[in-house]
Design a protein around this ligand. Structure first.
Ligand code: BG6
Length: 489
């Protein structure tokens, strides 16, 4: 019998994605500094609908002095101490890649030190060596919502050009250190979430900004220049490096066939893709130049910024994909306001929605991949995140029947295949997440994404024991067939 040839390349990256601040824990160990996430508390959304908004200094400073256990990102799932046994499970699943981030605060605890923290560097040496031992390639994010808090409180976040220099210095230190251990880099996680998230993406304290919109665009400019400078340095350090950066991809549909609604969708694409346009084409798009001109936004630039952007473009685009949205003219231009509002009236009646209101849409992934392939002339694309948060149930005999998660991944992989047939150069798939971790948005543990269950509640209580979910076994078989077989008995 001839073996069916897989549509996925033989070196396709089948992995899993996580971020340091959501799973390493050990927030104050081995010299680590305090980061933005370390002061974000868990809020019981059954009792309150309010996720705290980090728009003033008081809320941040309260977090610094509070020693209670309501800050889940401080303890994560303690991966800092369990990485060997967790990687064993990843290896057993057949993962050949593992997307994680380096915590900036482990290397430069306050961001502005002259010399890096050796204990922090040594941890990632151990981690990447442990990956190599298991033939797992690390895909390493340099900035994943994890800036030293000192740079937020005392430098004003990314709008300060000094932060750009600190970030490039940090990136050069780690790229030098791990040049033989890491090949794939993602410079910024979801760089476009800066459009809606001043604190975690840009380190801005909204109430302290005279003009938050201006501060937003200036900060984004600094991130784009930092991105280009990191690419430039990477080419010198190791020409074999593959340098990518990442967008969240949230395909929008028009609420009606009204031309104005469709125009709003197109404008939201221009907005969400404006940073990847710069990172891939090396310049701001005509739409953005028009927007800046008509809104009197004058970015402060160094003399060579535009040349640096032009020269140093990325090798591949990484994306996260979870859900799609519906837009209508009345919502206005996404570029105009930093607040994100998942408006009830924008529900898509054709899609199912998770308990957390995320609309499940596998075909949307194919639409997005087709769109990005056309816009970016076939540039390689890596799926750095895709998954679904559920409230899993652990039975007395240690089982988790997460058929919903299997079905989610299965249907998305089916659409990846369609996109490849349509011409997408897809290089990897990283479910978020191989193991349960703390949610970025709500700091909960109960919103579980993993294929491995971690026995721990929202406040960190529990045995921390790991259990293989049904999706673990499904993912393992699927990887063994290189994505060819999705249906198993
Ligand atoms: C992405 C982030 O936006 O979504 C991750 O890059 C995050 O950090 C993931 O965990 C899922 O979101 P949440 O809020 O459900 O954890």
């Amino acid at each position: 019998m001839t073996k069916t040839k897989s549509i996925f390349s033989k070196d396709f990256l089948w992995g899993g994605g996580v971020a340091a601040n959501q799973f390493e824990g050990a927030w104050d160990i081995d010299g680590k500094g305090i980061s933005q996430d370390d002061v974000v508390p868990y809020v019981d959304l059954k009792k309150s609908t309010d996720i705290p908004v980090f728009d003033n200094r008081e809320i941040i400073e309260k977090g610094i002095t509070d020693t209670t256990n309501i800050y889940p990102k401080r303890f994560g799932i303690d991966f800092y101490h369990t990485y060997e046994s967790d990687l064993d499970l990843f290896e057993e699943m057949g993962m050949n890649s593992f997307r994680t981030s380096i915590a900036w605060t482990r290397i430069f605890p306050n961001g502005d030190e002259e010399y890096p923290n050796e204990a922090g560097l040594a941890f990632y040496d151990r981690l990447f060596d442990a990956c190599a031992k298991r033939n797992i390639k690390p895909v390493v994010t340099l900035s994943h919502y994890e800036m030293p808090l000192n740079l937020v409180l005392n430098y004003g976040g990314w709008k300060n050009r000094k932060v750009l220099d600190f970030f490039v210095k940090f990136s050069v230190v780690v790229m030098e250190r791990y040049k033989e251990k890491v090949e794939y880099w993602i410079i910024f996680n979801q760089i476009n979430s800066a459009l809606t998230d001043a604190y975690l993406s840009l380190g801005l304290i909204k109430d302290e900004e005279e003009d938050i919109e201006m501060a937003k665009f200036q900060s984004i400019h600094h991130q784009l220049v930092a991105n280009a400078k990191v690419v430039e340095a990477a080419r010198q350090i190791n020409p074999r490096f593959k340098m990518g950066s990442m967008n969240y991809e949230m395909q929008a549909y028009p609420a009606t066939s009204k031309p104005e609604d469709m125009l709003n969708v197109i404008q939201s694409d221009h907005a969400q893709l404006y940073m990847s346009d710069v990172m891939i084409f090396g310049d701001y798009s005509p739409v953005m130049k028009r927007y800046f001109r008509e809104n009197n936004i004058q970015l402060v630039m160094a003399e060579d910024d535009l040349a640096v952007l032009k020269k140093n473009t990325i090798d591949y685009l990484a994306i996260s994909y979870y859900l799609t949205t519906v837009r209508k003219a009345e919502m206005g231009n996404m570029l105009d306001k930093i607040e994100w509002n998942m408006d009830e009236s924008t529900r898509n009646p054709y899609l199912e929605t998770s308990e957390w209101g995320w609309q499940i849409d596998p075909i949307g992934l194919r639409i997005a991949l087709d769109k990005l392939t056309t816009r970016y002339n076939g540039l390689p694309i890596m799926i750095a995140e895709n998954g679904i948060g559920y409230r899993d149930v652990l039975t007395a005999d240690g089982k988790i029947a997460d058929t919903y998660r299997i079905s989610y991944h299965k249907e998305h992989i089916r659409q990846m295949r369609e996109a490849i047939l349509d011409g997408t150069n897809l290089i990897g798939y990283h479910p978020w997440a191989p193991i349960d971790i703390i949610s970025a948005g709500t700091s909960e543990m109960e919103k579980r994404y993993g294929m491995i269950y971690v026995d721990q509640d929202n406040l960190g209580y529990g045995s921390k024991k790991r259990y293989k979910k049904d999706s673990f076994y499904w993912f393992k078989k699927m990887i063994a067939s290189n994505g060819e077989n999705l249906d198993f008995d």
